[in-house]
Design a protein around this ligand. Structure first.
Ligand SMILES: [Zn+2]
Length: 102
């Protein structure tokens, strides 16, 4: 086996584009091929991991219904505040109206 100092850099073969770096010839075609292969593998891995993540995602729990803040007046069927003791629409006395007796 010869020492590397004895070897001459190999010129690019006819019909191939390449770059000589020391004793190594880097072919442009194989470099582009490696980039394309990397992009394909990266895209496939991205799709696979995204699919696995979507399978592991738990369905969102339905939120508990919010506390009601309104009620319907039994006399005029208007929507009024749940704290109202007198209907603002028909002035009917509702449950909880304080009776003042003199
Ligand atoms: Zn009413």
């Amino acid at each position: 086996m010869q020492m590397s100092a004895d070897r001459k850099p190999q010129p690019a073969r006819a019909g191939t584009m390449g770059l000589n770096v020391g004793d190594v010839m880097i072919g442009i075609g194989s470099f582009i091929n490696a980039i394309i292969n990397f992009l394909i593998v990266a895209f496939v891995l991205f799709v696979v991991i995204k699919t696995i993540n979507s399978l592991h995602k738990k369905p969102a729990e339905p939120e508990a219904p919010a506390e009601p803040t309104t009620k319907v007046c039994p006399y005029c069927q208007s929507e009024i505040s749940i704290k109202a003791v007198r209907c603002p629409h028909c002035t009917s006395k509702l449950e909880g109206f304080p009776e003042i007796n003199n």
